[in-house]
Each structure stands twice: as C-alpha cells, then as structure tokens.
Design a protein around this ligand. Sequence first.
Ligand code: FES
Length: 101
Amino acid sequence: MTHAPTAEPDLPEDDDPRAGATITPYRDGPLIVRGDFRLVDQDGVEIDPGRDTIALCRCGKSGIKPFCDGTHKRSGFSAPSAPSRPRPAARILREARRTDG
Ligand code: FES
C-alpha cells in the first residue's frame, strides 16, 4: 500500500520555519527583534546578539549601539509604534495602482 504525500502539517506559529523574524517598534522605545534573525554589521560580520530577543536602539542615545540600553527613557525619546503616514514610495505605488485600475 502506498501513501499519498501528506499536506504540510499545521505548525504552531513559533515552530513555523518560514516565520522569520518579527520586528516591533515599541512606542517611545527600541525596535524589539524576535524570531529567527541574524545580526550583522555593515561589513557583514556577525554580531553576537547574546539572546534570542533583542532591543535595537532607535533613539540614537544608547551607549551600546546597536543595542538599546534604556537611555531612551531618560532622553525623552518620542516615536509612535506605527508610522503616522505611509512611506513616500508606498504612497506612489498606491496611487499608481489606483490610476491603472
Ligand atoms: S531606543 Fe533605547 S537607548 Fe535608544
């Protein structure tokens, strides 16, 4: 008896090999990176993140860039979690699709 190939099993989200990394901009804080990621410098040299979930500075004030050291709290850094308006390229693409269709 032969078995037909089975469909790919439903995996929990954390076990999905295609899940990759999730990057979350925290309100008034860092970029939190979770999942399967590699951190490399500008020359492609691996940076040891030291943990599975990391916080990357986006305020520019950290003493341990690219990592967040919490300085954003004292410096009064303010930024929303989601962009307040679309990136210009996204707006141009959306307008082009609107005029094509
Ligand atoms: S975002 Fe935390 S120190 Fe910059």
